[in-house]
Design a protein around this ligand. Structure first.
Ligand SMILES: [Zn+2]
Length: 216
């Protein structure tokens, strides 16, 4: 298989992903796990029973393909912010204990996400997924535990295109998330902005993936 057919995808909700992807699973998919996956309770989800969540993590812990905890985080478009924080902190502590990197869902809440991360899981890598807020790029990069993961919005978001130049390639990942576009188009776009060959970009992001998610 050539590397073009096996791009690393740091976060997707598509179970039939053709690339080498970290698939976001749900509690109902535990019987049929993808090769690589992440699990975590999203701030918007209604599952709130912490002991049930912990039990699921405990079951998944020994499985080889379990690469990350997420997507977890804070989203200020939804109310019950206090409950969101409780859930986020609970899962940060699990990430610190396992230890596993965190795939972060963060909407208009970077300062708080960072503060709680620093307090409860400071050694854990934080992968800021679906990043599209160019104006906070530098703030996120200043936090040395963070890595930025970008999806297909880079194809159309001009501000995001220009902020890609500021992101060091060793702190960058690319993802599909819920999008229906082709991941290769995102790779092409980023390679062009970075003035790298497609092959060099694939190689670098592969190294990042292995370093961050610690898999063979
Ligand atoms: Zn997602």
């Amino acid at each position: 298989m050539s590397d073009l057919e096996n791009l690393f995808d740091s976060h997707t909700h598509h179970f039939d992903a053709k690339n080498r992807a970290i698939v976001q699973i749900t509690k109902s998919s535990l019987e049929n796990l993808p090769v690589y996956f992440s699990f975590g309770v999203h701030p918007q989800e209604s599952l709130r029973d912490l002991s049930e969540i912990e039990e699921t993590f405990r079951k998944l812990r020994e499985m080889n393909g379990f690469l990350a905890i997420g997507e977890i985080g804070l989203d200020n478009r939804y109310d019950s912010f206090q409950k969101q924080e409780e859930l986020y902190v609970f899962q940060l502590k699990i990430a610190a204990k396992f230890p596993k990197p965190v795939i972060l869902h963060c909407v208009n809440s970077w300062d708080r996400c960072r503060f709680l991360h620093e307090k409860h899981a400071p050694e854990t890598i934080l992968v800021y997924h679906g990043f599209n807020k160019a104006s906070i790029t530098q703030q996120v990069l200043d936090y040395t535990k963070s890595v930025i993961s970008i999806g297909e919005s880079v194809l159309t978001n001009h501000k995001l295109q220009s902020c890609i130049k500021e992101i060091p390639t060793d702190r960058l990942l690319l993802e599909t998330d819920t999008g229906n576009g082709k991941l290769i188009d995102t790779y092409w776009m980023v390679a062009e902005i970075k003035k790298l060959s497609l092959h060099a970009l694939i190689e670098q992001l592969d190294q990042n993936a292995k370093r961050i998610f610690n898999y063979e």
